[in-house]
Design a protein. Structure first.
Ligand SMILES: [Mg+2]
Length: 245
């Protein structure tokens, strides 16, 4: 008798294009505040935002300070009178604009549709680090939710990948054994390390850099360069380890 197989997909840069949605959201709030959005401003935001998230991780600023600072500096740079602005509202307008504007990686929806078609009993879950509203909104706005059996978002869980606690909550939630799940993701440090920490099979999607070295270090089971490869890997894994009745 076959056992239930479960695909645990990372979201950003595995199925959705986070950066494209971020750019749309930024353009919307910058233009709503009477400023001109361009690539230079986008590059400034990306760099400063990264620095601020590192500050938050170190505990030197709060989330609220991060949200206010990133938009205060961004809008001051294009000439807005920041003292007149409600920066927290602008931050939430940005998150809202992003969540309404999910962007698919080309071929991702077709992959999920093909998997559901070929393996109708397989379950598909999202395992993502990030903010719940942002992730769920982007999933819904792209129609990916039609193929999903559940979502596990770190903000909800209170713990991030690669923590074993994250995947313990996922496995308990699904009610599955680890051998019947495979983690698919683009990130070594969250997805592949998380799978390794929890003893889960893994597939590294769109690998880059010294692939052989990383495969060894993170105990990666499979790699896939594109959605065609990924479909073949996942169907092979599902049917070889879990023969169809
Ligand atoms: Mg990712």
């Amino acid at each position: 008798m076959s056992r239930q197989v479960n695909f645990l997909f990372d979201l950003d840069e595995t199925l959705l294009n986070f950066h494209a949605s971020e750019k749309i959201g930024l353009r919307e709030v910058v233009e709503a505040n009477g400023c001109v959005f361009d690539d230079e401003l986008y590059a400034f935001f990306k760099a400063r935002n990264k620095e601020l998230w590192l500050e938050l991780e170190k505990g030197t600023i709060t989330r609220e300070e991060l949200f206010k600072t990133r938009f205060g500096e961004l809008l001051a740079r294009c000439g807005a009178d920041v003292s007149m602005l409600d920066l927290l509202k602008i931050n939430s307008d940005f998150i809202s604009a992003m969540s309404r504007n999910g962007v698919l990686l080309e071929g991702s929806r077709e992959l999920l549709a093909r998997l559901k078609d070929t393996l109708p009993d397989a379950l598909i879950f999202i395992v993502s680090n990030g903010a719940t509203v942002n992730a769920l909104g982007r999933i819904k706005s792209t129609g990916l939710d039609a193929y999903l059996d559940g979502t596990f978002i770190s903000e909800d869980l209170g713990v991030n990948k690669p923590s074993p606690e994250f995947f313990r909550i996922v496995l308990d939630g699904i009610g599955a054994h680890k051998d019947d799940c495979i983690v698919v993701g683009d990130s070594l440090t969250s997805d592949m390390k998380g799978a390794k920490n929890s003893g889960l099979p893994s597939c590294w999607f769109r690998p880059t850099g010294d692939i052989a070295c990383a495969v060894e270090e993170y105990g990666i089971d499979f790699t896939a360069d594109n959605f065609e490869d990924l479909y073949d890997v996942l169907v092979e894994w599902a049917t070889c380890n879990h023969p169809v009745k």
